[in-house]
Structure formats: C-alpha cells, structure tokens
Design a protein around this ligand. Structure first.
Ligand code: ATP
Ligand code: MG
Length: 252
C-alpha cells in the first residue's frame, strides 16, 4: 500500500488533475484510495466537488491538532475515493506549524493512523518548496512527477531531484517512482522532443502512456468532476485509465 506523492516544483503541470484522475480510476478498479490535498490552493478539494469554505475539518486541523483528527477529517466522496480535504486556512497555518519541533513529519504521523485502511494514498502537493511540500515528501514512499511536455518543465526536474536528495535525511526510502508526461500536443515537435529526452534520460521511470493536451481536461475541473465522469470516452479519460493500470502494475 504505497503512499505516492504528486510533486514538481513548477506550477500548472498537471499534479492536481493527475491525482484526482488516477485516484478515481484506481477506485473504479476496486482499490481503496485516499486522496490527500496538501496544497493551500485547495484545488484538489475543489475539483473533487467540494467548496473549501464549507469544510469544517481539514488537513490544516489534522496537522495542527494531531494525527487522531484525521479520522473525522476524511470525506467519502461520491467518486469512490476518500479525501482528506484542504481549505484556504492551510496557508495561514504554515507560519504557526513552522515553529513546531518535527514540523516536517506532521503529515507522515497523520497518515500512519490510516495507512492500513488503503491500497493507495495519493498526495497532491503545492508547486513551491515550502513546509507542506516537505511534509509530503517526508510522508511518501515514492514521488510521481507530472512532466509538462514543455522544455522549461523538463529543466525543473533536476531541482526536484535535489530536493528529494535533501529529504532523504527525514525519509530514507523516498525516490522518484515515475514520470508522467502531460499536456502532450502531438502536433508540436517540441512536445515530442521533451518526451524523447525524458525517455532517454529517465528510461523506464517514464510511464508508457502520455496524457494528451485536451480541452476536456480543462473543462472537467471547471465542472468539479473527474474526467472519467465528465467525459468518459475522451482521450484524456482513456489516458488516465491506462496510467492507473500502469500504477497498479508498478505498485501492485
Ligand atoms: N492534459 C491536459 N490538457 C489540457 N489541460 C490540462 C491538462 N491537464 C491539466 N490541464 C489544465 O491545466 C491547468 C493546470 O493543471 P493542474 O491544476 O492539474 O496543475 P498543477 O500542477 O496541480 O498546478 P499547481 O502547481 O498550480 O497546483 C488546469 O486548468 C487543468 O485543467
Ligand atoms: Mg495543483
């Protein structure tokens, strides 16, 4: 039962979209899945259909008040996955939590409470390297990197590798478990070059399936629905199903 973190120190590469889409597909395959929103932007919570303003107990409370609160904070969504939601108050919690001893290990301790109940825990992280990203990396067994098929995104990968190297002091097992090339537009040469370069440099770490750039994956979050519900026959839904199958093959 792996804990997988979606992480990349670059914004808008598909971390949140991938967390929800893969999580929902794994649930449809019969796996017990917990999604964790560790980003103060609360995007995962919103695209899963929840208004952060109406959430009474969130990840911020769990980190601040203690691991035992996680049981009450977890929501059973209508999409088969469970969700530990975030609210905008998470941003306000950062300076307070920063003064705590063991501040990087708060999420790890919280997930220990529930890890036996799930086959997969997928954590969505913020794009910056702050306290929450460190908590995510300290809690995860492996990092899945959504790599936007764009030259600049590729340049951010060594930076993430450096961060992972540092986090090994807290979490010796952490490693890059996979790279998912996202937002691929087959019509542009640059996209193909980035995919080729990733496969050349990172080999089998790169998922066979790539996620196409598709307008359905812009619309689905706006409709607060997973892609498999919003547009089940779309190329985006099919890609994420294939990626979930790859995740299941890689991690059992
Ligand atoms: N394959 C895709 N094709 C087209 N649009 C996409 C695709 N994947 C994601 N998007 C859109 O791109 C935007 C960014 O995606 P997403 O929120 O998943 O990225 P992120 O890495 O989580 O961003 P942040 O770093 O801000 O948390 C969203 O508007 C989403 O709808
Ligand atoms: Mg996000």
């Amino acid at each position: 039962m792996p804990i997988l973190a979606m992480a990349m120190q670059k914004g808008g590469v598909g971390k949140t979209t991938t967390t929800l889409a893969v999580g929902v597909e794994l649930a449809r395959m019969g796996r017990r899945v917990l999604l964790v929103d560790a980003d103060p932007q609360s995007n995962l919570t919103m695209i899963a259909g929840y208004d952060p303003a109406t959430i009474s107990l969130s990840i911020a409370d769990v980190l601040a008040e203690g691991p035992a609160h996680i049981h009450q904070a977890i929501i059973q969504t209508t999409y088969g996955v469970h969700l530990l939601p975030a609210t905008l108050s998470l941003a306000g919690a950062e300076p307070i939590l920063s003064g705590r001893i063991g501040r990087e290990l708060l999420l790890r301790a919280a997930l220990r409470e529930v890890r036996e109940q799930y086959d997969y825990i997928l954590i969505d992280s913020p794009p910056n390297l702050g306290l929450f990203t460190l908590n995510v990396l300290a809690a995860a067994d492996a990092v899945i990197v959504p790599l936007q098929a764009h030259v600049l995104a590729f340049k951010a990968l060594p930076q993430l590798e450096q961060t992972i190297q540092l986090v090994r002091q807290l979490n010796p097992v952490i490693q890059i478990g996979g790279i998912i090339v996202t937002m691929v537009d087959k019509r542009t040469m640059v996209n193909q070059e980035v995919e080729d370069a990733a496969r050349q440099q990172y080999g089998s770490l790169v998922f066979e399936t790539v996620v196409p750039f598709t307008v359905r994956l812009v619309e689905a979050p706006a409709a607060a629905q997973p892609i498999s519900v919003y547009a089940p026959d779309s190329t985006g839904a099919k890609a994420y199903l294939a990626i979930a199958q790859e995740v299941a093959r890689r991690y059992g």
